[in-house]
Write a protein that binds this ligand. Structure first.
Ligand SMILES: Cc1cc2nc3c(=O)[nH]c(=O)nc-3n(C[C@H](O)[C@H](O)[C@H](O)COP(=O)(O)OP(=O)(O)OC[C@H]3O[C@@H](n4cnc5c(N)ncnc54)[C@H](O)[C@@H]3O)c2cc1C
Length: 409
């Protein structure tokens, strides 16, 4: 541990920026957050926080608070588009991890982090209404410039300003439009009584013929739950990736009209939604450098990826833990940013590419291929159940949440 504590300017107060502030504070490193939004608003829909991310949030003392807001998931369940059961695998503590898996409203997660930051660092550590427009540096310091506020000086700037990072754009001005993989998503939340175990992250069908991911994200005292649902469908073009774009049922309902299974009535789940958002599956090609002297990128600014498998949020949280540890342990903060890049860049680049090629529901794709999309009589006649489990394990390994990976922080 070093006695020198650099003062850190964090650009962006989303999931990654707030986690970073808590991680630095825990190690006694001063920091301030500069967030573009003028007020804190709990935005978005559901997000899965798996054991690798919960390990970090637990180390920040947040597990019991998250437990109150989210739903502890018990299993991943896979079904074909006829509602036939393919596989269920325990998850989180139920699978032997030391940490639980929480499915939670992204707004609730953001709120838990925001409240912890204001309580521990003080409200004055968060500067709302500060939209960064660029950064510059000299030998001794870094300066962050804002659109309508005074510039700030510090010793290190960490850009956690999300998918459309202004800082990333400064270093990669010719990056162009995001990469669109030809899949559009509609997401919504619906309050209803629990389905299956009441704690299942359920995946049904395939992108080509209709796919849904459905899981509960909030429990209510009357026994109902807020259910997050998401559909992915092939499209030639897309609207901008803005988490506030409203979606229309008629644009995506067609494949699901008859999905009234004996365990869940999907059309009514969709029809009863409190709101629907439309969001394209976009990411960016990995870059080979995040750190430029006193400045580095973190979270979506560093590795924008498809928002699937809960990895956008989780990888930002892991980045935050690593960089805080290195800034604490190393004498030279500039060298620490370089080591952070070395530890995290390749791992996250692999996830960006895996999410494109082999999403978490590849198991259902496999069964669909074997049955040509038709109902099956006996699944075990088509594929060895052990092979299905092996496919799932391979995804966990890449995404960094295999049992072994979580055991070795
Ligand atoms: C409004 C919103 C809703 C989302 N909803 C979901 C969801 O429902 N499910 C899901 O899986 N993922 C969702 N995401 C994405 C998910 O939060 C991120 O992929 C993940 O948390 C990575 O964290 P991050 O901190 O890098 O980015 P984010 O959590 O996106 O945070 C980036 C922050 O930077 C701020 N910012 C942007 N530009 C600037 C700037 N120039 N200067 C200063 N601050 C800036 C943004 O306002 C934001 O608060 C959402 C993101 C946003 C912004």
């Amino acid at each position: 541990m070093t006695n020198y504590k650099p003062d850190i300017l964090i650009i962006g107060g989303g999931i990654g920026g707030l986690t970073l502030a808590l991680s630095l504070h825990k190690r006694g490193i001063p920091c301030q957050i500069f967030e573009a939004a003028a007020e804190f608003r709990p935005l978005g829909v559901g997000i899965n926080m798996m054991p690798h991310a919960i390990r970090v949030l637990t180390s920040l003392g947040l597990q019991s608070t998250l437990e109150k807001y989210g739903v502890e998931a018990k299993e991943f369940s896979f079904f074909n588009r006829h509602g036939q059961f393919i596989l269920a695998e325990p998850c989180g503590k139920y699978a032997g991890y030391e940490y639980p898996h929480f499915s939670i409203h992204r707004g609730d997660l953001h709120k838990v982090l925001f409240e912890a930051v204001t309580k521990r660092l003080g409200l004055e550590a968060i500067h709302l209404g500060h939209r960064c427009r660029g950064v510059d540096q000299d030998e001794d310091s870094v300066t962050v410039h804002f659109e309508n506020a005074e510039s700030r000086k510090g010793s290190i700037a960490i850009a956690v300003d999300g998918f459309y990072s202004a800082v990333r754009h400064q270093f990669y001005p010719n990056e162009g439009a995001p990469h669109f993989g030809g899949i559009n998503m509609w997401r919504g939340v619906t309050r209803r009584k629990p389905f299956l175990s009441g704690a299942s992250v359920t995946r049904i069908g395939t992108v080509a013929r209709g796919k849904m991911t459905i899981y509960p994200i909030r429990n209510f005292d009357d026994g109902t739950q807020l259910i997050n649902w998401n559909t992915e469908q092939p499209r030639d073009d897309h609207k901008p990736n803005d988490w506030a774009t409203p979606g229309l049922i008629e644009d995506f309902i067609e494949p699901f009209k008859n999905w009234d299974f004996d365990w869940l009535d999907v059309p009514s789940l969709i029809a009863d939604a409190e709101f629907i958002l439309e969001y394209p599956m976009v990411d960016r090609d990995p870059v080979d450098k995040w750190t430029f002297g006193r400045i580095t990128l973190l979270g979506d600014a560093a590795h924008p990826m498809y928002p699937c498998g809960g990895n956008g949020g989780a990888q930002a949280i892991l980045d935050a833990e690593v960089i805080a540890r290195l800034l604490d342990e190393m004498d030279d903060p500039i060298a620490a940013l370089k080591v952070y890049e070395g530890e995290r860049l390749e791992a996250t680049s692999n996830i960006v590419m895996t999410n494109r090629a082999q999403p978490p529901d590849v198991i259902i794709e496999k069964v669909e291929e074997l049955t040509d999309g038709e109902p099956f009589e006996r699944l075990e006649d088509l594929i060895d159940p052990a092979d299905l489990v092996a496919i799932s394990e391979s995804y966990k390994n890449t995404a960094g949440y295999s049992l072994d990976a979580v055991r070795q922080p």
